[in-house]
Design a protein around this ligand. Structure first.
Ligand SMILES: NC(=O)c1ccc[n+]([C@@H]2O[C@H](COP(=O)([O-])OP(=O)(O)OC[C@H]3O[C@@H](n4cnc5c(N)ncnc54)[C@H](OP(=O)(O)O)[C@@H]3O)[C@@H](O)[C@H]2O)c1
Length: 339
């Protein structure tokens, strides 16, 4: 029988999600990759328990995480049943709906029909009565915002979600959605968006500014740029890496030699701080105003332990931030030239 590490809360830092009552660990674990049907169940279980043993109380899922769609929720549900359910009140479990999940017009986007059916399916797969956070996964240009927000409100009123979140929204849409959710008295507490040294979209589309203005939380996904901001690809492409094992969301062509050379410079900078590139990349996001938590992925428990070293890392200096910006700028130029 699993017994959680009694010291699990000694080191982790918890930040408040905006001005809500919800505290999240600064490092959260996402189950998008490596929790599907083709992955080792023992490895995924070890990753989840390693995370929890070190104070990572937040696990992020979505209806379609797999492959197959739903597999990550099913596998996480098994881990809950076998080991973690006695600790349910120490866990923040999130799921989402909004990307294609099942066939036909109701398995996608943001209708009331789709969101509420999807939440019921997610709860069933995980064997839960409620999730802590239910997200709309992406903006839907064709469904009235009032309908989508109304479905989130219903999820909370029915007791199937404690809080709601929005993912991949931009600043202006977030502002409108937040107004509707406030009118409906819904505890909307968090935004989930991509943010890393290599992807600054939220600085440009108003999301970061609006999140701060509205005093909402921000959990940032792919803070390691799916593995590019680690030592993973500095000397070739390992056989067990995401590029080789999955190949859907990160490709060899994303890493031309000139870009790898710039990534090496980032790695050297991290080394001069006495840390790994992944740790510096996480510190960079955590130092940004309004960040509540970095949402990492992993393929091995050791990666989670390595990334937790961010808890010991010092804030980046002005000079280091400038150096990072210069390298990131050169990387964007290289990416644009290869696009
Ligand atoms: N809302 C959305 O639309 C959305 C979209 C994408 C992701 N997300 C969420 O964000 C989570 C994280 O996304 P992500 O997996 O792209 O995040 P990421 O943290 O940028 O990338 C994780 C990958 O980096 C590599 N890695 C991690 N730590 C490492 C270390 N210490 N040393 C070497 N390599 C390391 C691993 O790659 P290898 O597998 O190659 O070892 C790992 O799978 C997802 O699970 C999901 O919950 C949300």
């Amino acid at each position: 029988m699993y017994i959680a590490n009694p010291d699990r809360y000694k080191k982790m830092e918890y930040r408040r999600s905006g001005n809500s009552g919800l505290m999240l660990p600064v490092v959260s674990l996402g189950l998008w990759q490596n929790f599907g049907d083709h992955s080792s169940y023992e490895n995924m279980k070890e990753m989840v328990l390693t995370a929890f043993d070190h104070g990572i109380t937040h696990f992020d899922l979505a209806n379609n995480y797999g492959p197959q769609n739903g597999a990550a929720e099913k596998n996480f549900g098994r881990i809950l049943q076998e080991d973690l359910l006695p600790y349910r009140d120490e866990l923040i479990i999130s799921t989402k709906a909004g990307y294609e999940m099942w066939l036909g017009p109701y398995g996608n986007w943001g209708s009331r029909k789709s969101l509420l059916a999807s939440l019921d399916q997610s709860l069933k797969r995980m064997g839960l009565d409620y999730v802590d956070i239910f997200y709309h996964h992406r903006m839907d240009p064709n469904t009235p915002l009032e309908e989508t927000m109304g479905a989130l409100a219903q999820a909370v009123r029915s007791g199937k979600a404690l809080y709601v979140g929005l993912s991949n929204y931009d600043g202006p849409t977030l502002e409108k959605a937040a107004e509707i959710l406030t009118d409906l008295n819904v505890p909307f507490v968090i935004n989930q968006n991509r943010y890393s040294i290599l992807d600054r979209s939220i600085e440009k589309n108003g999301l970061q500014e609006m999140t701060n203005a509205l005093q909402k939380g921000l959990i940032t996904f792919s803070p390691l740029a799916k593995g590019q901001l680690t030592n993973r690809y500095l000397n070739g492409i390992p056989a067990d890496s995401r590029i080789r094992t999955d190949g859907r969301f990160l490709h060899e062509s994303d890493l031309p030699q000139a870009k790898v050379e710039e990534l090496r410079k980032l790695n050297d900078l991290a080394a001069s701080r006495g840390e790994d590139l992944s740790v510096m990349a996480l510190r960079w996001v955590l130092d940004k105003s309004g960040t509540t938590s970095v949402l990492i992925g992993a393929s091995k428990p050791e990666q989670i332990l390595k990334n937790l070293q961010v808890l010991d890392s010092k804030p980046l200096t002005k000079q280091e931030l400038e150096q990072i910006d210069k390298i990131a700028h050169r990387i964007h130029e290289i990416e644009a030239a290869h696009a």
